[in-house]
Ligand binder design. Structure first.
Ligand SMILES: [Zn+2]
Length: 257
């Protein structure tokens, strides 16, 4: 009797673990997609994530900021669903080649990326990818996973004084899964096509980034380069219109000077 009792308990544990795994895998993305923006914005206020440095508005050449806004407007907003998104896109000073989206729909491009990009189309390609991380609620999903991980930490080590710094660390090192990166790539490319922006910019930027001596953080967890190239290759042959002239692009890149 006791052996069948422990067998039942064992089975219950297996069932509970399977249920927990199912909630993690299926439930979290659904939960994240249905989290109201108001709540994500509130979480953004609690956890921060905004850069310490003020954003670049083109002090030297006020026109730089206007050109940056033109690139953004070209790809966002495009439809009613976009209009409902609370996205803001800004440039911040720094040498790192990166762009990232934080909680609450804030996207930041580091000046180092602008200096590596060779055209407005390349910048638009990176921005389209980040916009889709926001639109697909990937940031909220990542935060939900991290909060659950922290909950597990708290249960395993009650009263651990380092828990606070672990929270900050997990939120700062938010990583997207490969599947999320692929989703952002594919939807980003569709966005470029809808806006008649040449997707060669997307292809070229990421191809060059692969070959940099220190591959930029924006490539972490990205799909294998062949898979990304293969996907990007499907988006060609449609009618395109240039985003900026060469001179306008040059003006834009001085936005942090
Ligand atoms: Zn990404």
């Amino acid at each position: 009797m006791s052996s069948s009792g422990s067998k039942t308990r064992g089975l219950l544990w297996v069932a509970a673990a399977a249920l927990f795994a199912a909630v993690m895998v299926i439930g979290l993305p659904v939960l994240a997609r249905h989290t109201p923006w108001r709540m994500e914005r509130w979480l953004a206020g609690v956890f921060g994530g905004a850069p310490a440095a003020p954003t670049c508005k083109g002090r030297g050449q006020a026109d730089s900021f206007a050109q940056f806004q033109r690139v953004v407007k070209r790809i966002y907003p495009l439809d009613a669903e976009d209009n409902a998104l609370p996205i803001t896109i800004d440039v911040i000073p720094g040498k790192t080649v990166n762009a990232y989206a934080t909680l609450g729909g804030h996207i930041y491009v580091i000046d180092g990326l602008l200096q590596q990009a060779r055209s407005a189309e390349e910048l638009a390609g990176v921005l389209a990818h980040e916009i889709e991380h926001v639109r697909n609620r990937h940031i909220m999903q990542g935060v939900a996973v991290n909060l659950l991980t922290l909950g597990a930490f708290a249960v395993a080590m009650p009263g651990d004084p380092t828990a606070g710094s672990q929270i900050a660390y997990l939120l700062l090192t938010l990583k997207f899964s490969r599947q999320q990166e692929y989703e952002a790539d594919e939807a980003g490319l569709r966005r470029l096509q809808a806006a008649h922006v040449d997707a060669a910019g997307f292809r070229n930027f990421f191809e060059r980034a692969e070959k940099m001596a220190a591959p930029p953080q924006i490539l972490s967890n990205h799909p294998p380069s062949e898979a990304r190239a293969e996907l990007a290759a499907r988006y060609r042959g449609y009618a395109t219109e240039p985003v900026l002239t060469d001179n306008e692009w040059k003006t834009l890149t001085a936005i942090c000077q």
